[in-house]
Design a protein around this ligand. Structure first.
Ligand SMILES: Nc1ncnc2c1ncn2[C@@H]1O[C@H](COP(=O)(O)OP(=O)(O)OP(=O)(O)O)[C@@H](O)[C@H]1O
Ligand SMILES: [Mg+2]
Length: 393
């Protein structure tokens, strides 16, 4: 296996943006936070952009409110001259900020008050991905940090992070929206009377479905948006370029499970097509490598034999010395332990096979492994442990 040297990556001054991607629940947020902390304690000025971190993890980084600006994390070892800032993405606030930056006060207010804008900015699928990229662009533009670590939204598929902004862009620039907003744009122009009438008919039918009020809202919203931004898609394209820029690296986080690794393999291919540099794969929550010599088969056989013997015996040992001093309950306990041991070995085996399959498809991809810790990771100490295993393996 081709090892991913995380410390080389985070120590390299040429590494400016690290994006942690992966399918839902694999450990993106944890990895992003752990990398940020490690890089800061090794001397870099880091900001971590997290998305929906678990509450306790957020608290441990001093993130108690969703205020959309980076906060300095205390209790970080700054003796090497580095520092750590962290923030939670506030999707709606980021969207509002774009509006405020690009429209005059009156128009901005008009957009912000529009109910269609309100539902779009807080719930449209893809908005979170888009806003994460937008925020990354903003953080980058400040030039304040020498390393930005980005977490990505909890989407089902890692590919969503790359696809969603384009999708949102095409939705906003798209045909449906053009039709909806047509009367607002073409109304009153003589030459387009015929077209206008056609649009009128169409929106007439539409208004029956979506309601006149909403339709008017959508029309004003889109018209205002169009004049203020000149196209969302263009904006999405610009942010997308940052991901291809020098200094940006992707880390694909995956659990050592079939589905997660299949996803990861797709994602690796996709990064290749998009010319986005992959630093490597973080295999998270790996179970320890084979311990002891008792095989799964022998454990199970022994467990079965013990259970059988337990079934055939009375609750009180006839002879209180030697082997027979074990009661059926004790025998069952040992049988249970042996079964657990066998199951663990099988998990380890399965993980190993899955990993081998991945590395045979993508032998060029470097891999760093993080063991499964016994409990959740919800404080700086836990993040350090993750960082340590990322760094030194
Ligand atoms: N190596 C590990 N050992 C033990 N627990 C872990 C490990 N990595 C992550 N966890 C725990 O797994 C849970 C999910 O992790 P995390 O929130 O980082 O995943 P995620 O990919 O960001 O999820 P989502 O897709 O929902 O955003 C958390 O409770 C976290 O503490
Ligand atoms: Mg997360």
């Amino acid at each position: 296996m081709n090892r991913l040297e995380i410390d080389e990556l985070i120590d390299d001054p040429g590494t400016r943006i690290l994006v942690c991607c992966g399918s839902g629940g694999v450990g993106k947020t944890t990895t992003a936070a752990a990398l940020g902390l490690r890089a800061a304690e090794r001397g870099r000025d880091v900001v971590v952009l997290t998305i929906d971190p678990a509450r306790r993890l957020a608290q441990s980084m001093g993130l108690t409110e969703l205020d959309n600006t980076p906060r300095r994390v205390v209790d970080v070892d700054e003796s090497k001259g580095g520092s750590l800032h962290a923030m939670m993405l506030d999707m709606k606030r980021t969207f509002d900020e774009i509006v405020e930056q690009h429209a005059d006060r009156e128009r901005a207010q008009q957009i912000l008050d529009n109910p269609f804008y309100q539902s779009l900015s807080s719930s449209f699928a893809g908005t979170q991905e888009y806003m994460a990229m937008e925020k990354l662009g903003q953080l980058h533009a400040t030039g304040e940090w020498d390393l930005i670590v980005v977490d990505t939204p909890p989407s089902r598929s890692a590919l969503d992070f790359l696809d969603a902004p384009q999708r949102l862009g095409s939705f906003l620039d798209g045909r449906l929206i053009r039709i909806l907003s047509a009367p607002a744009k073409v109304g009153g122009r003589g030459a387009l009377k015929f077209l206008s009438a056609g649009m009128g008919l169409m929106t007439g039918a539409l208004s029956k479905v979506v309601g006149t009020h909403l339709l008017t809202d959508i029309q004003t919203f889109v018209a205002a948006l169009d004049t203020t931004f000149g196209g969302f898609r263009k904006r999405a394209d610009a942010t997308y370029k940052l991901l291809q820029a020098r200094g940006t690296s992707f880390l694909v986080v995956a659990a050592p499970e079939k589905d997660a690794l299949r996803e990861a393999a797709y994602f690796v291919d996709r990064l290749g097509t998009e010319r986005m540099p992959l630093a490597g794969l973080v295999l998270n929550r790996v179970h320890a490598t084979r311990a002891g010599r008792l095989s799964a088969e022998r454990s199970l056989a022994a467990a079965e034999a013990l259970a059988e013997r337990a079934d055939g015996e009375s609750e009180q040992p006839a002879d209180p010395v030697g082997d027979d001093a074990l009661r059926p309950a004790d025998l069952r306990l040992v049988a249970g332990l042996l079964t657990l041991h066998a199951e663990r070995l099988r998990v380890i085996d399965r993980e190993e096979r899955t990993r081998t399959r991945f590395t045979s498809i993508h032998p060029e991809v470097r891999v760093a492994e993080v063991p499964a810790l016994p409990g959740d990771v919800h404080d700086l100490a836990g993040l350090r442990v993750i960082g340590e295993s990322l760094g030194t393996g």
